[in-house]
Structures are given as C-alpha cells and as structure tokens.
Design a protein around this ligand. Structure first.
Ligand SMILES: Nc1ncnc2c1ncn2[C@@H]1O[C@H](COP(=O)(O)OP(=O)(O)OP(=O)(O)O)[C@@H](O)[C@H]1O
Length: 724
C-alpha cells in the first residue's frame, strides 16, 4: 500500500475525530468529556528542570485520552494521560490508574527501572471506558501540554494521521546534515496560526529535520545569532528557526538503578557452542573468564554488580584483542554482549594508564569516542559506560540530537573522558570547539556497518579527517555489529590499521538462534486484522511492531489503541521527549506494544521483549536480523513473526530463506518456492546448510553473506527511515 493509500485510509478517521474533539473543547470539563486547558504562556515551556519534570510527570506525550472513567481526579488524569499513549499523544481509555509511580519515576525511556514498578500497575488493562469520548489528556493542572494548549482549536494531529509528514525521510539532526537541509519547513502546517495544542502543534508547522520540530513544547523560536562552525546545519543553527530546548532528565544516581539488569536466559550457556573465527595476524588467545582479563578491582566489582559471571563469546575474543592494543572489527549476533566487549577493555586501558580525573574546561579532550546511529542507542551505551566506570574517575558523557545543544555543552565542559555521541550532534559540538580530538586513543563505531554506509559514511569520514583527530596509526579503532556486508567491510579498512583483526562469532549477519522466527503470507489489506489477532493471543507480553514509515507507525499505533491495546510508538518524527517517554512506557510495561520504525531496529536492549512483529518487512535482510534481535537477547528466548506481502517482499525471499535455514528455523514451502523462482542479482548464499565460515573480506569473497544482496543494490538506507 503506498502512502497515498494510507492517507486515504487515514483521512476518514480524521473527520470522525475532529468534531468530537471540537465539542469536548467547549465542554464544561467534568467527568470524562471535559477539555479543560490551563491557560499559561508558552514561555513556560522553556527549558528548566522544574518545567521539565512537570512535563514528564504530566505525561505530556499523550495529547488525547479516550474515555477515562475517572476523569474527575487530576492525578488519575495524569496517569491516564501517560498511559497507553501512542503516536503523538493519544491514549485511549485506560481507566482507573491511580498509582502514580509512573509520574514519580523517570519516564525517560532510557533508565532501566525495576520493571515491577510498573507492571503491577493495572496498566495492562486493555479496557476502554465504555463512555468513550475525548478528553484532553493533559487537562490537569500538572499538565505541561495543557500549558501550551489553550491557544486555538484543533486542526490536526500528527499522531495517527501524519498529514504532511513525508515518509521515508531522514531523521532530524544527523540526517539533516547529510541532506544539507537547514530548518526549512518540511511538513505542511496542519494547524492554523495560533494553534499550539500539543498534538496540533506537534503536527503543525516546522521542520521535522535538523532537530527543529515546529511550534511545540520542545522548541521555541530562536533568535540567537548563528555561531555555527560546523558545515553541517543543525538544531543550533538558529537564525531561522526555533531551538530545541528539551533537556533529558538526568539518569538515577543510586547504585541499584545504575546496576539494574535483567537475567540471562536459559540459552546463555549455549553461547559456548557457537563457533568463533578470528582472522588476521597474531591474534592474542581468547580468555575464558573475567579473571583472565586481569582487570582492576573496581572494574571487577562493577562486573559482578552488573550480574556478569561468564563471558559471552564476543567478549572472550574481543577483550584480549583490545587489551593488546589491536584494531578490531567484530561481528556477533544481536544481544550477545558487544557493548561490554569494547567498554571493559577500554576502561581497563584507561585505568591502567592512570587516567586523571577530567575537570571543568571549556575545551574537553576525551580519550575515548563512541559513535552510534541513534539517540536511544547512544544513551544506552552511555549508561553502560557509566555502570562499568562506577567508582572510578573516568567520566562518561552522552550527547545526541533532539536535545538542547546548550545542555550537551554543559555536560561536556564538566569533564569528559568517554564521549558517547550521535554523529550530527558530535559534529556540531566539534564545530563549536567544545571537544578536541587530539587525545582520542579509542574510536568505537557501534553498529559499524550502519555508521559506514552511505547514510553516515560521509560523516564518519569527516570525523576522522577533523583537525586533531589522531591518524589510524595513532589511535585504536574498534567496530562492532551483528551484520557486516562485504562492501562495508571494505570501506571500513580506511578507518582501521591494516593489521586489524576480524572476529566472527557464528555466522556473520546471522540471526540469533534464540529467536523463533515465523513468516506468514499476509497481504497489505489483511495485515491489521492479523496483527490484532496475534496481539490478542499474545496478551500482555511486550511486543515490538515494526512498520515501514513514520506515518504508518502513528497510524498503526492509533489503530491498536482503538482496538483497546495500549500502544505507544517511536519514530523519527516524534519529539525526543516523546521518544523517550514512549520507550519508558514500553520498558516498564505501561504500554506493552511499541510500534516502531527502523529507528528502533538496532541495538536497543529492552528487558522482556518477547515478540517482534514485522508488520512490514524491511528492505534489507540485515535490517531484518537487527529488528528480530530486539527479542531473544542474552540467552533469553523470543519470537518473531513477519508478514510477507507477495506484492512487495519477494526480493527478500532468498535471503530470508537463508537466514531462517541458518538459524535452524522452519522454512515455509511457499517461501522456498518464491526464493527459488526469484532471481536476485548478486545473491550467492546457499539456502541450505549451516556451515560456519568467516566472512572477513580480506579472505576473498564470502559465500555466506546473508545480506543477500549488496548494499549498492538495496534501496538507499537513508531514504527509508529516520536515523539520527
Ligand atoms: N557476560 C555477560 N553476562 C551477563 N549479561 C551480559 C553479559 N554481557 C552482556 N550482557 C547483557 O546482555 C544484554 C545484551 O548486551 P548488548 O546490548 O551489549 O548486546 P549487543 O551484542 O550489543 O546487541 P545488539 O547487536 O542488538 O546491539 C545487555 O543487557 C547486557 O547487559
């Protein structure tokens, strides 16, 4: 179904929503059909901790609520407004939430809370209020959104309808730079002048790129002069448009939260049976235990507190390689501990070298730079770095787009040994001369194939040729991913010393075997029905539903909420605050279904995701492998169900059959038939057999590239989703 078709489907819903909303707007504000907005000036939306907290507590992301039974109680409104939120801020009929834990807690998607905090809440209820009707989800006095909301009437909403939002476009911040766009308004305004109701304004005017999101609570009209140094435009390039003012809440500081972790699964020990191959010269031998790594006591304590007792294969091989100072390209299955595989030896080096505590300085010169493609992932890496460096003088800092630039700078100037960054924000900060690269000893590209593809590759090249960046001979460069297409490996050589080592754990690009994969033939028009059927069977188990476009993510989230399935969504058109809220709601179980675009496909480590559903299959098999890798992590089991549309997915049949076969999954006969009847140029993978082989490109062409086709043959990855 093309975008136009979705538009056609969406529009009828629009017309049915609008009148009710308008009606509610004028109602008296009592008992579930009210729509009170507290008049406040928009300046209250400016940044500052109290307002920020207020926002978070008020569940601003939920612009609408449907049928909350206890509408008269403001705290319940707050809860309900944060509950079941989806898309851009609509929650439907979550009635009777009285536990305000959600408000108290950090509602960011990043901090790993004890999941019970939220799960014992009646948040899983899928009941709608029988009353129905719309109510402003933020109509309590605590509502941040309501403070913005009283001007003007409803004109449109991004959530669910997404009018005017181009699909397939790039995400803000990073991607904006690639396209060279500068604050141009990319999305037609849905609301007329003066409309700044939460959902409206989000949907309304303003660019969705460059971190400038339109007239909403995350941005204010900028008037500062352009002090831009980097070529790249970005959210701080503020002569034309509003600035991003969102300041993420600080992560909890208590030790329990820092070391919160989930349990390894029943298949954790099976990791030992996976074949590993190291290619390159003079590789140091693998270690079998943490003790053999000879780490300092503080690191060992942190490892123990993190609940790690045994090394995963990628850790067994990568840790000694990195400790030996070698460059590394490592490819290991999703959820198998690649993050610790680079963080621990880097920290060990730093401790060993006697790193001095980083102090306040206008120009910081970190020793380690870690770059990853998405904001949520980079923040996750930061939290891991903070965990493993606990009790040391090493200071990790995270910066990413969609947040106030000044906040990033403030974090940095306080001291920075390890900088975790998304590419766009990193280049901005380098341009502002807050980060110097002269001291960089370790450069890590996580999701390295993504960081080097045609989307981010140019940015990464720029990074390594920045003034001050040590040459590859002078720094240690480490690349990690679960997939590594051959072309990308060749590009990577430019970043690595020629004697780099290549570690392949299992099959390069292979899917995690702990994920039970099912492929169903489902036509575009039957997908929604099938999805609901599956989700009803699943019950409350946490499920990620991947769709192709941002607009569709909103639409499907809206649809599921209407079906009384509490759902939230994450994609590149959502404000960063909303993204974090969505992730938080999903993590804690408040919304057990997360509809996502590819922005959530890589790296995210969320406890207890039992199911991944590919409502739309991705355009590449690598992306498929990453998506289904959100479940079945760290020895736990998971399930992935993919809807295969004969109209659009045939090109994936061959690589899909290969991935299924390699992971010892059942392959449907119909899929095999399509695979054998579809010619894919360049696809050389045997669809049978399960022989391990290295695919270090230095050894010559691999016969086991599961990518199925080369990246040059696939649609431009930067075109198909939002990356930051
Ligand atoms: N040795 C270990 N023992 C126990 N848990 C571990 C160990 N190593 C990693 N973990 C945990 O396993 C989970 C997955 O790790 P991580 O996110 O690093 O996987 P990954 O290989 O980077 O996955 P992806 O390819 O999806 O990015 C995390 O929760 C991490 O804390």
């Amino acid at each position: 179904m093309g975008d136009e078709d979705w538009e056609a489907e969406i529009n009828p819903h629009m017309s049915s929503y609008v009148p009710i909303f308008e009606k509610d707007r004028y109602s008296s504000g009592e008992n579930g059909d009210n729509f009170n907005r507290t008049p406040t000036s928009s300046s209250e939306m400016d940044d500052g901790p109290s307002q920020r907290d207020h926002f978070m507590k008020s569940g601003f992301a939920s612009g609408w609520n449907f049928g909350n039974r206890d509408a008269g109680e403001s705290n319940k409104r707050d809860n309900t407004s944060t509950m079941g939120g989806f898309g851009v801020g609509k929650s439907f009929g979550n009635r009777g939430f009285s536990n305000s834990k959600f408000e108290d807690g950090d509602s960011s998607g990043f901090w790993r809370e004890s999941s019970n905090d939220c799960e014992d809440n009646p948040t899983r209820n899928r009941g709608f209020s029988k009353r129905g009707g719309y109510r402003d989800g933020n109509n309590s006095e605590a509502s941040g959104t309501s403070r913005r909301g009283e001007r003007g009437s409803f004109r449109g909403c991004r959530g669910g309808f997404g009018l005017g939002s181009p699909n397939n476009d790039l995400d803000p911040d990073e991607c904006m730079q690639r396209t060279g766009g500068l604050f141009g308004s990319r999305r037609p305004a849905l609301s007329g002048t003066g409309n700044s109701d939460t959902s409206q304004s989000r949907s309304g005017s303003g660019s969705e790129r460059g971190g400038y999101k339109g007239l909403n609570e995350e941005v204010i009209t900028g008037s500062g002069k352009n002090s831009w140094k980097s070529e790249a435009g970005g959210e701080s390039s503020d002569t034309q448009g509003p600035k991003v003012t969102y300041i993420p809440p600080p992560p909890p500081e208590d030790e329990d939260s820092i070391f919160a972790h989930y349990q390894t699964g029943i298949n954790f020990d099976k990791y030992d049976t996976i074949l590993v191959e190291v290619s390159g010269h003079d590789a140091p031998p693998a270690i079998l235990t943490f003790e053999e790594a000879n780490l300092c006591q503080t690191l060992n304590n942190n490892i123990a507190k993190a609940g790690y007792t045994k090394l995963t294969p990628v850790q067994k091989y990568s840790i000694p390689i990195i400790l030996a100072g070698r460059d590394l390209m490592a490819c290991a299955q999703t959820g198998s501990g690649k993050t610790a595989a680079f963080l621990l030896p880097i920290l060990a080096h730093m401790m060993h070298d006697g790193i001095t505590a980083s102090r306040f300085k206008e120009l910081q010169e970190p020793e380690c730079l870690i770059v990853a493609p998405t904001r949520e992932l980079v923040n996750q890496i930061y939290l891991e770095a903070r965990k493993f460096s606990f009790g040391t003088c090493v200071r990790a800092v995270v910066i990413y787009g969609g947040t106030q630039l000044g906040h990033s700078i403030r974090q940095i100037v306080q001291g920075c040994n390890i900088l975790c960054a998304t590419p766009g924000r990193l280049m901005d900060i380098i341009g502002k001369e807050k980060i110097g690269l002269r001291q960089i000893k370790y450069l890590v590209l996580d999701e390295a194939d993504r960081m080097l593809d045609m989307g981010f590759g140019p940015e990464m090249k720029k990074l390594i040729s920045c003034p001050g960046m040590p040459s590859k001979e002078q720094r240690q460069t480490l690349m990690f991913s679960a997939t590594f297409p051959e072309e990308i490996q060749r590009l990577a050589a430019e970043f690595l010393k020629s004697n780099y080592l290549f570690v392949a754990v299992g099959q390069v690009g292979g899917a995690c075997r702990d994920v039970q994969q099912t492929v169903l033939q489902v036509g575009q028009f039957s997908k929604r029905e099938k999805l609901v059927e599956i989700l009803r069977n699943i019950g409350d188990e946490r499920t990620m539903v991947f769709v192709e476009t941002k607009k569709k993510a909103d639409f499907i989230a809206t649809f599921l909420c209407q079906e009384k399935i509490p759902t939230t969504s994450i994609h590149g058109d959502r404000e960063q605050r909303e993204r974090e809220q969505a992730l938080g709601d999903f993590r804690c179980g408040k919304c057990p279904v997360l509809v996502a675009t590819s922005v959530a496909a890589r790296g995210l480590d969320i406890e207890n995701v039992q199911h991944v559903i590919n409502f739309d299959l991705p355009s590449t098999i690598d992306e498929y492998v990453h998506r289904i890798g959100r479940t079945g992590r760290c020895g736990n089991t998971g399930r992935a169900i993919s809807f295969f549309d004969l109209e659009s997915d045939n090109h994936l049949a061959q690589p899909l059959v290969k991935v299924l076969t390699d992971a010892q999954q059942d392959v449907p006969a119909w899929l095999e038939e399509i695979a054998f009847s579809t010619y894919i140029p360049g696809f050389s993978g045997s669809t049978r057999g399960n022989v391990f082989a290295s695919v270090d490109t230095r050894k010559g062409k691999s016969s086991l590239n599961t990518a199925g086709f080369s990246s040059s043959q696939v649609p431009n990855p930067v075109d198909d989703e939002s990356w930051d």
